[in-house]
Design a protein around this ligand. Structure first.
Ligand SMILES: NC(=O)c1ccc[n+]([C@@H]2O[C@H](COP(=O)([O-])OP(=O)(O)OC[C@H]3O[C@@H](n4cnc5c(N)ncnc54)[C@H](OP(=O)(O)O)[C@@H]3O)[C@@H](O)[C@H]2O)c1
Length: 276
């Protein structure tokens, strides 16, 4: 792979799994581009992880905004670098219905539309052995993307589950489409990891997940392997738990559903002829 210092773009870089993964990647020699909403935490990470070699930089992005995703993709394009791996890590859970300025429900926008658009806009940076790893969960929630936009039909956990199922459907379709650009696409379930992701969830969910979850370091090592290890250079269309291949939920294997989701998402984000 990718020379001495593979270039890895990582979203959700301020979160539990994202920041731990960035740290492992830097330790293993990668140049890491942190994509996140601007914050003291983000600038702190650039300083502390970057060290003297300054192999870490950041680009601001709000994944719930398609305009912001387009602007971040342009900025990455301006670096001129080949992206050896894109890690779609960011996600959000919202207990209430929230609508973005562009008219989408916020979990749908952040967890699916934003990563879908970002990945497609980075096609020409990834071309030739780039790897896309989307962090998700083994969700079999039924998915009707137009229903997810509708406030009257909003149910927080179902919407969140549907966006995680969308990540798997997206990955499997991407793996097929991206072959002609020699780009690999895989999804990864990190296991239960201690984080603030479900901070808005109901107390019993928070208590159970906290009790069962582990620190993010193991997940970070696994994701770094999938991103830069030569062992996974040609791997595509797989669903991992950690670094072990597992079966994706049955409902996500339906190629018709993958293709319908892809086409509808492309319309919603105005992808036109760009992308995979
Ligand atoms: N934790 C688990 O047990 C678990 C299990 C299965 C799958 N996962 C998946 O693992 C991934 C990482 O989760 P985590 O547990 O590390 O959660 P986390 O600590 O809450 O991290 C989430 C990250 O997403 C970012 N984010 C949220 N909304 C954003 C937006 N609009 N624009 C840009 N970035 C945004 C957050 O940035 P801010 O700092 O700006 O909020 C944060 O960096 C998610 O995809 C999640 O579904 C987690």
């Amino acid at each position: 792979m990718a020379g001495l210092h593979p270039v890895v773009v990582i979203t959700g870089a301020t979160g539990a799994i994202g920041s731990a993964t960035a740290a492992v990647l830097v330790r293993r020699g990668a140049r890491v581009l942190l994509l996140a909403r601007p914050s003291d935490r983000l600038s702190g990470l650039v300083r502390t992880l970057g060290g003297e070699e300054k192999r870490v930089s950041s680009i601001p992005v709000d994944l719930s905004s398609l305009a912001s995703v387009r602007s971040a993709a342009r900025e990455i394009g301006r670096t001129g670098a080949h992206v050896d791996a894109l890690l779609n890590v960011a996600a959000t859970f919202s207990r209430e219905y929230r609508r973005t300025k562009e008219g989408f429900e916020v979990m749908l926008a952040t967890n699916h539309l934003g990563p879908f658009l970002l990945t497609n806009l980075l096609r020409d940076r990834l071309v030739g052995r780039g790897r896309v790893i989307t962090v998700t969960a083994p969700s079999s929630t039924r998915l009707d993307i137009d229903q997810l936009i509708d406030k009257k039909r909003f149910r927080a956990l179902e919407t969140f589950g549907a966006t995680k199922a969308a990540n798997v459907l997206f990955t499997l379709e991407l793996a097929r489409r991206a072959k002609r650009w020699e780009v690999r696409a895989n999804a990864c379930h990190p296991g239960l990891v201690r984080s603030e992701l479900m901070r808005e969830a109901w107390a019993p969910i928070r208590v159970i997940t906290r009790l069962l979850s582990r620190s993010p370091e193991r997940a970070a090592e696994d994701l770094a392997d999938l991103a830069i290890s030569p062992a996974h250079e040609g791997t595509t269309g797989w669903f991992f738990k950690g670094t072990k291949r597992i079966d994706p939920p049955k409902s996500t294997l339906d190629q018709q559903a993958q293709s319908v989701l892809w086409k509808r998402t492309a319309e919603l984000v105005d992808l036109e002829n760009a992308g995979f």
